[in-house]
Design a protein around this ligand. Structure first.
Ligand SMILES: C[S@@+](CC[C@H](N)C(=O)[O-])C[C@H]1O[C@@H](n2cnc3c(N)ncnc32)[C@H](O)[C@@H]1O
Length: 492
């Protein structure tokens, strides 16, 4: 069922130039709500739905913090059992198998732990789509492949609540008028679980909307519409490895943390996912998310290159490799461009990790600041018609070890940074040429850039000059001056 969302704003006559919903000011405000201070936050609606499913109780809206703590304390034994389950799962290599999904403990563990971080990854990826004005369809028909515990639905609906509120704040018209969501999964248990999560989330929205003043408040109307979109979601059992999915046409596809499972299974899941994306109408988009580990990241990037080589109307969006033809994108096949961001841990997530740390050492930060708890790789894709294909740019040629000067041609899209003591770049296990090795006495901050614009180059890694402070660079953001970076490590 589609329900239409009325515009929450009426332009006033004196407003000659209303804001576009894709205006940089709107995007910055939205970013500050999704990830204030650079730390992604999960909404109270999502958190309440998690509490409802895990503990059958939700925090009181007026005394959220105290009330949530009380519920967590009352359910200490359950959290302990789930944390132990996760520790065992991690120690066995975190292999997500269909047999795992049959266990209630596994699903509850997934909801408490992975769902929290994955919701944020969905939202930060959606923000990137908005940043390039790629979410323009007024009537969205969304397909989520591999629903798990309903992560995508939660991330998507929360994102639209925030975006609509920000549009309203700036007097911009919110572009999405209706949304029909379909989730598919091969596990009937996961579908039931995701549907229960969706209902718990919709109930939270309804309570919030009805708790507000009974004036024709735009926020109330918005929550009511998102609640209806959520309640109307459809859930279908389908094994994408075995059969392509053919149903109503869709214009926004998500496949979050499912491609690596499809590729481990017998069948043609990866190919069927490509066909789904290839069938998007012009303007339609897809978000494919994978873990940030080296193997999964490289596999995703190689899969993306094959996809755009096979279907030239599908274009990558976002920071890297979006203006080159697939034959110039060999560097993608071995690019470890995982994104890392920090998470403002919810009480549930923090309690889960503290409990798990009793059973196995957790080397990651327990603080709420630069904790880098989010690590993922992703592909943003859009179907375009011929007239919309971007002009191709020429690749730049550099030599291994070339020093960068102010005159060097620049095409640097930031894809991550790391610290080390050795100026060594291992480009890929099969590729040893051009390796530069120097040992330094001090820790060095290395900054990685998309290598695709450099002919025959598999990695572009520069390092920060000691004593200089680099301003924050957004993932995929372009660097336009190199006064504080030096060095180039490349490999042909
Ligand atoms: C790791 S979970 C990801 C859940 C969620 N999308 C997220 O990011 O948190 C992978 C999901 O994909 C589903 N899945 C795995 N293989 C599948 C297949 N061949 N067809 C459909 N769904 C599949 C699993 O049942 C599971 O629900």
């Amino acid at each position: 069922m589609d329900t239409m969302l009325p515009s929450t704003h009426t332009d006033t006559p004196e407003q000659s130039q209303p804001f576009s919903p894709f205006d940089p000011a709107i995007i910055t405000t939205l970013e500050n709500l999704i990830a204030p201070g650079g730390r992604a936050r999960v909404s109270p609606y999502t958190e309440s739905a998690q509490f409802q499913i895990l503990f059958g109780d939700v925090p009181e809206p007026q005394r959220r913090h105290d009330s949530a703590r009380r519920i967590l304390e009352a359910n200490e034994a359950r959290i302990d059992a789930l944390a132990q389950y996760w520790v065992n799962f991690s120690q066995q290599g975190k292999h997500f198998m269909q047999a795992d999904y049959d266990s209630t403990d596994f699903r509850d563990m997934y909801l408490a732990y992975y769902c929290t971080t994955n919701v944020s990854k969905i939202q930060l990826s959606l923000l990137d789509l908005v940043r390039v004005a790629a979410l323009k369809e007024a009537h969205l028909r969304v397909l989520d492949v591999g629903v798990g515990t309903g992560t995508t639905l939660l991330g998507l609906m929360d994102f639209f609540i925030l975006w609509a509120c920000v549009c309203d704040l700036y007097g911009a018209s919110f572009p999405i008028q209706s949304l029909a969501f379909t989730g598919i999964d091969c596990s009937s248990g996961n579908l039931t679980y995701a549907k229960d999560m969706a209902l718990a989330y919709a109930t939270t929205l309804a309570q919030r909307a009805h708790g507000q003043a009974s004036s024709p408040d735009p926020a109330e109307s918005l929550l009511t519409h998102v609640e209806q979109w959520t309640g109307a979601a459809c859930w279908h059992q389908h094994d994408l490895s075995q059969e392509p999915y053919q149903d109503e046409p869709v214009n926004l596809i998500f496949a979050s943390n499912v491609l690596n499972e499809l590729q481990r299974q017998q069948g043609s899941g990866g190919t069927h996912l490509k066909s789904l994306i290839a069938n998007l109408p012009a303007g339609g988009a897809a978000i494919i998310i994978e873990p940030g580990a080296e193997k999964e990241t490289r596999t995703l990037m190689a899969w993306r290159r094959q996809l755009i080589a096979g279907y030239p109307h599908i274009q990558p969006l976002g920071g890297c490799a979006n203006d080159l033809s697939p034959e110039k994108l060999q560097a993608c096949d071995c690019c470890w461009n995982a994104r890392r961001e920090s998470l403002h841990q919810t009480l549930l997530y923090a309690r889960f990790r503290q409990t798990a740390a009793k059973y196995a050492e957790d080397k990651r930060a327990l603080n709420n600041f630069e904790n880098n708890l989010l690590s993922w790789s992703y592909a943003l894709l859009q179907a375009r018609d011929d007239a919309q294909l971007p002009a191709e740019i020429n690749q730049i040629t550099i030599e291994t070890g070339q020093q960068w000067t102010k005159e060097s041609p620049l095409h640097l899209a930031y894809i991550g940074s790391y610290r080390g003591k050795e100026k060594t770049v291992e480009l890929s296990s099969s590729h040893k040429n051009g390796k530069i090795h120097e040992t330094a006495d001090e820790w060095i901050e290395f900054i990685k850039f998309c290598p695709a614009h450099y002919s025959g180059t598999r990695a572009v890694t520069l390092w920060r000059v000691n004593g200089a402070v680099i301003p924050p660079i957004r993932y995929g953001g372009r660097v336009t001056q190199l006064l504080i970076l030096k060095g180039a490590l490349s490999c042909g």
